[in-house]
Design a binder for this molecule. Structure first.
Ligand SMILES: Nc1nc2c(ncn2[C@@H]2O[C@H](COP(=O)(O)O[C@H]3[C@@H](O)[C@H](n4cnc5c(=O)[nH]c(N)nc54)O[C@@H]3COP(=O)(O)O)[C@@H](O)[C@H]2O)c(=O)[nH]1
Length: 859
């Protein structure tokens, strides 16, 4: 077969397939060339092979050349023909006469080349004999050369086959390696997966298990060689089910079953078996199966189920998000529990894949959100209280703890947020704060909050040097309203007053209620100096006075009232809370004294009054300790001039000031609480005196009246104290009369009545002092266990000249008659007054006309 030039590539490929080029000389090829030279009687014989560029000599006899350029090779022509190429005289042949091999060394003249052709028909090279003289070959030589060329090709083919065989062997080894590796990998995979393999012969029921299966079952190799021995490892409770499933699989159904298996040490594992029928060579049916240990999987599925159950029962909302960038759009929600759905109103399907930002709204605290972001950026857990928005737009408070969750490599994989609904707690906190810091009636800040803000204002003033003002506001005659219209209306009035005051100040200022009808206004930043500050405070004061001008509408009633205000300025210098309170209080009393419906600024003159009060308080204390108090007595007289009683009146024998009147110290004693020890001393001294008088010859058995202040009477142990003094002194309780003023009745009439009743039961009598000056309700008066009422001396003083006072005195006397009470006229200083009162029906008197108060030894 001839191959054209285009098939040169195929020829070269065929040549390379023999893998002979550039190999070492070989004996077998050399034997052939030597024999060829000998047979042909030629000095040279070669076996050449022609590749892309050269002719290469596999064997050469008589020629010391390994290769030549293809272009000069005689063989290059030989390979292109079927027949041998005979060149009898190259020098005479136009194709070769100028060939360097002819013109130069080895000076060829004769060439006889026999093509070497591959099985596929490609001319690879030639077996040639050469000579330096012109000549030819005879028929026998030609035939022999043909045979030898065939031998060369046989040798080359042998070589090629050997090479192919080598490659095959290599391939086989490689395949064996691959198979071995695959088997190892399969073993590893089975071991890692806790899996073993088995084959059950459908005919013989013989079982073949992999090593992995035995090690999985902790059995010695070949311990289960048939189906029954495998089934014996299955606990009885599962065995029937497993056997039935394998039976079905042997009929052709796929096997996929989970069951338990008992190991030789008695422990149990959970396994999953899967198998399919395979038909092998010769129609042999084999059930090929795997057994996988799923004990851990079962356990973790159980744990997962348990966790899921727990998470769904937890009352707190749980939200798991991916741990991606927090910046918009933010991590997506991967999981929420039932509590999340309940609290937010969103179904899980509505939120999965969305950002937790959907729970935020305009009132959510941005600062808290920033804090959360910073913590999570640093992979730290964080807890914050947040206001979230539910699906229906309503808000709820959560205490949200977000923890980053890391995977096994330590990278953050999820954020788990646990949100506890703290709405109720927040509500309660707000309520507690409201109760603790706000007045429940007016919703204004209370004393505690005011003190806090005042402290802050004073500190700010200290720093800034700005002037502020504290204004005390007291509603004039508020008690009258309370007593006449009732507490409900009183409360209504206080609420309306609160709103009106608030409307007069800026939001940054504070309006507080201390209790009762006492309001406080705290003004800040009024200017750099006292003058400017006072001017600005004046503006606010004017507004407040103006705000009170319109009537208050209290249900069906209209009511007009006025405020009295005391103003104390503060600045860098004057910044003590207590001092400030005292100053404003003092200024307020000044305003009251100035005729109400006005405001007074505290001035330094008041300070000296404060100092004097402080000094007096100290002195009273010391006087009590030093026993400087004494009692005077003033008799009460009947129409006939007989003494019918005595009033004990305290005096203070002051070391410097001499005998001091109670008007000088009683009020301060009441305000400071010193009235309690002083009042007790008075009571004890009066009872002691009573006992003395009782034991004296001619000593009357008239009662002695003792003045009792409202604060003294309100003391929770007052009744017990009086009864103890009476008991200890041994006097007849019926000779003790307690003088109360109407102010005692105002605050808590029911309690007052109950206390009086207990003392009355023990025999102690009562007199109502200064009658007519207070606001006693007649309905209460009826219920009081009184013996006596005293017409206040202010009515007696002008009873002869002022018809009003005379009318009042007459009314009180008539009232006393109706109620069956003795009426004593106080402060009777003249016979005319006595006579006039007598004419009105008065039969008991007290006053200088009869006697001044005197020490007992002078009576
Ligand atoms: N809680 C207590 N209060 C007491 C006690 N002792 C006295 N007081 C109260 O002090 C107020 C002043 O008392 P005093 O200076 O003693 O004045 C009494 C009389 O001296 C005075 N009086 C009596 N007769 C006349 C008179 O004809 N003219 C006149 N101008 N004054 C007169 O009246 C005072 C008695 O008043 P009263 O008690 O209302 O009967 C005074 O309010 C005392 O109550 C005490 O121990 N505890």
């Amino acid at each position: 077969m001839n191959h054209d030039r285009q098939d040169e590539a195929g020829r070269l490929e065929a040549l390379r397939s023999f893998d002979v080029l550039n190999t070492e000389p070989e004996q077998a090829f050399d034997d052939i060339t030597r024999f060829a030279a000998s047979v042909c009687d030629a000095p040279m014989a070669v076996i050449t092979l022609v590749d892309e560029t050269r002719q290469w000599f596999k064997s050469a006899v008589g020629l010391n050349v390994r290769q030549t350029a293809r272009s000069i090779a005689f063989c290059n022509r030989t390979i292109q023909q079927e027949m041998p190429m005979i060149v009898a005289d190259a020098a005479a042949d136009p194709k070769f006469h100028d060939n360097p091999l002819v013109t130069g060394d080895p000076h060829l003249r004769f060439y006889a080349g026999f093509p070497l052709r591959s099985r596929e028909g490609y001319g690879l090279g030639a077996l040639a004999v050469l000579d330096r003289v012109p000549r030819t070959l005879d028929a026998r030589q030609m035939q022999t050369m043909q045979i030898l060329a065939g031998q060369v090709m046989a040798l080359l083919e042998l070589r090629r086959q050997r090479r192919d065989l080598g490659q095959l062997l290599e391939e086989r080894d490689r395949m064996n390696d691959v198979l071995r590796n695959q088997a190892h990998s399969l073993q590893d995979a089975q071991r890692i997966a806790g899996m073993g393999g088995w084959e059950l012969d459908a005919g013989s029921r013989k079982l073949r298990c992999s090593e992995e299966l035995y090690s999985l079952l902790d059995l010695p190799p070949r311990a289960a060689e048939d189906l029954p021995s495998l089934l014996r490892l299955v606990p009885p409770s599962d065995r029937r089910r497993v056997a039935a499933a394998i039976d079905c699989a042997l009929q052709g159904a796929a096997l996929d079953i989970e069951h338990r298996i008992r190991l030789p040490d008695g422990s149990q594992r959970s396994v999953r078996q899967r198998a399919e029928m395979r038909v092998r060579d010769g129609g042999h049916r084999v059930l090929v199966g795997t057994m996988q240990d799923i004990t851990e999987q079962h356990a973790s599925q159980g744990t997962l189920r348990l966790l899921h159950d727990c998470i769904s029962r937890i009352k707190d909302a749980i939200m798991i998000t991916e741990a991606s960038e927090l910046a918009e759009p933010g991590p997506r929600i991967l999981f929420v529990n039932e509590a999340f759905e309940r609290i937010t109103g969103y179904a899980a399907a509505e939120v999965i894949g969305r950002s937790p930002r959907m729970l935020q709204g305009p009132k959510t605290d941005r600062q808290q959100l920033r804090r959360i972001g910073e913590a999570l950026d640093h992979c730290e857990p964080v807890t914050a209280e947040l206001l979230n928005y539910a699906r229906d737009g309503s808000t709820f408070w959560v205490e949200c703890t977000i923890s980053p969750v890391t995977d096994q490599s330590g990278a953050i994989s999820y954020f788990v947020a646990v949100q506890r609904d703290i709405t109720e707690r927040k509500r309660a906190e707000a309520e507690i704060e409201r109760l603790a810091f706000y007045d429940s009636l007016t919703a204004l800040p209370n004393r505690r909050l005011l003190m806090d803000r005042l402290q802050q204002s004073l500190e700010a003033a200290r720093r800034s040097g700005m002037v502020g003002a504290l204004i005390f506001l007291d509603v004039d005659n508020f008690k009258t309203l309370n007593d006449t219209l009732g507490h409900d209306k009183g409360d209504l009035l206080l609420q309306q007053i609160a709103r009106r005051i608030e409307s007069c100040v800026r939001r940054c200022n504070t309006v507080a209620r201390l209790g009762g009808d006492e309001f406080v206004i705290l003004l800040e930043d009024l200017g750099r100096d006292a003058e400017t500050g006072a001017a600005h405070a004046e503006v606010v004061i004017e507004k407040i006075l103006e705000a009170f001008r319109a009537d208050f509408v209290l249900g069906a009633d209209r009511y007009h009232c006025t405020p009295s205000m005391g103003v104390a300025l503060f600045d860098r210098e004057h910044g003590d809370v207590d001092d400030l309170f005292k100053r404003a209080d003092l200024a307020m009393y000044q305003a009251k004294a100035a005729g109400r419906n006005t405001a007074c600024f505290f001035d330094p003159a008041m300070q000296s009054a404060i100092n004097a009060r402080v000094a007096l308080e100290r002195e009273i204390r010391e006087a009590l300790a030093r026993g400087e108090f004494l009692l005077y007595y003033q008799p009460q007289t009947d129409s006939a001039g007989n003494t019918i009683g005595m009033e004990a009146l305290v005096r203070w024998r002051h070391p410097q000031r001499g005998l001091v009147s109670p008007d000088y110290f009683i009020r301060l004693a009441e305000e400071t609480g010193l009235i309690l020890p002083l009042g007790l001393w008075v009571l004890e001294s009066a009872c002691r005196q009573l006992r003395e008088w009782g034991g004296q010859r001619g000593g009357g058995n008239w009662p002695v009246s003792v003045n009792v202040s409202a604060s003294q009477f309100r003391h929770p142990q007052f009744v017990e104290l009086v009864l103890k003094v009476v008991r200890d002194s041994g006097i007849d309780p019926r000779r003790l009369k307690l003088e109360l003023t109407e102010s005692v009745l105002v605050e808590n009439p029911e309690e007052t009545i109950a206390k009086m009743a207990r003392l009355r039961e023990a025999g102690v009598g009562f007199s109502l002092d200064d009658f007519g000056t207070g606001y006693s309700s007649l309905s209460y008066l009826k219920r009081l266990p009184l013996d006596q009422i005293k017409i206040d001396r202010s009515f007696v003083r002008d009873v002869l000249t002022d018809p009003n006072d005379a009318a009042i005195a007459r009314t009180i006397l008539a009232l006393g008659q109706i109620l069956g009470l003795q009426v004593v006229a106080e402060g009777v200083e003249s016979g005319a007054q006595r006579d006039f009162l007598e004419s009105l029906g008065c039969h008991a008197y007290q006053g200088y006309f009869f006697s001044h108060p005197m020490p007992p030894e002078r009576m």
